[in-house]
Write a protein that binds this ligand. Structure first.
Ligand code: CP
Ligand code: NVA
Length: 308
């Protein structure tokens, strides 16, 4: 069973194959209406369940459109409307859904929920974001970097802000794709040591630098994300904002990176908090390419899961 649960759980050669296929599929349908099917329809006759226990715009729409472009059908399920939200176990839900659908994409809170779904499902399961990681986002981001700047291997990527789920998947990607990664943010919000240790064991440079300006020196890519994630309590908002303000990505900070450094944000953004509108809308920002590439990257992920 080929689940897509995390960047570090998928073979690096397979990850490379997924990115390459995504690029080719994107090129093959350039200029067509979004609702037009692809030339090849590997998901024809396939049903995909998209389960959301948290809000979503990009993940929801990009998976739904992607399945249709590949010839398949979708059903979008909200966790609260399922028996899952009313006491049915994850294991039983996984067994039941596997009788109806060929693939499950799930956005949930705890990583263990996703892992349990994968353990008991007899169809592939894709991680559509947990509190801990967001691998589909990072596949789109690697694809986006390479589209603009060529191979990401050996480049310097800097994350400024909260060491959250998206950051964690990027640390894992550093190990798998072979790029250097620097985290800059307050110590309380560092990425988990386990992520850093694992990437370092793969031989890449992972560093932590508290001074944001020093951190971005020589960066090819600067990334950030919201200061308060969906799983963070709203009561932590003010404390987080106070800690994270020195790590805002603004034009002044970007001047310390390479002149052609790209800026990425997975979106949704809180403009003029974690990043200024000047940077978000600036010439080196690729935030909407990232959003588009969710579609292409995930189509390739689904094909990989199903071996189609
Ligand atoms: N980046 C991302 O996953 O966006 P959504 O929460 O809108 O799906
Ligand atoms: N870190 C954010 C990402 C949203 C796509 C969150 O988990 O809310």
């Amino acid at each position: 069973m080929k689940h897509f649960l995390d960047i570090d759980k998928t073979d690096s050669g397979d990850l490379r194959g997924i990115i390459d296929q995504a690029r080719d599929m994107k090129a093959a349908r350039a200029g067509r209406p979004k609702g037009a099917p692809d030339d090849v329809l590997p998901l024809a006759g396939h049903m995909v369940a998209l389960i959301f226990e948290k809000p979503s715009t990009r993940t929801r729409v990009s998976f739904d459109v992607g399945v249709r472009q590949l010839g398949g059908q979708t059903m979008v399920l909200s966790g609260a409307d399922m028996q899952l939200g009313h006491g049915e176990t994850i294991a039983d839900t996984a067994r039941v859904l596997s009788r109806y659908v060929d693939l499950i994409m799930m956005r949930t809170f705890e990583q263990d929920t996703l892992l349990e779904m994968a353990e008991y499902a007899t169809v592939p399961v894709i991680n559509g974001l947990t509190n801990r990681t967001h691998p589909c986002q990072i596949m789109a981001d690697v694809m986006t970097f390479e589209e603009h700047r060529g191979p990401i291997a050996g480049r310097k990527v800097v994350w400024s802000g909260d060491g959250n789920n998206v950051c964690a998947s990027m640390v894992q990607a550093a190990g798998q794709f072979g790029f250097d990664f620097t985290f800059t943010g307050p110590a309380q919000l560092d990425p988990e040591a386990e992520f850093i240790g694992e990437a370092r064991r793969k031989g890449v440079n992972i560093s932590v630098e508290r001074d944001a300006r020093k951190a971005v020196a020589g960066a090819d890519l600067v990334m950030t994300d919201t200061w308060v994630s969906m799983h963070d309590s709203q009561s932590s908002r003010e404390r987080r904002h106070n800690m994270l303000r020195p790590y805002q990505v603004n034009a002044e900070l970007m001047r310390h990176a390479k002149p052609d450094a790209l800026f990425m944000h997975c979106l949704p953004a809180h403009r003029d908090e974690e990043a200024t509108s000047e940077v978000m809308d600036g010439a080196n920002s690729v935030v909407f390419d990232e959003a588009e590439n969710r579609l292409h990257a995930q189509k390739a992920v689904m094909r990989w899961c199903l071996g189609l």
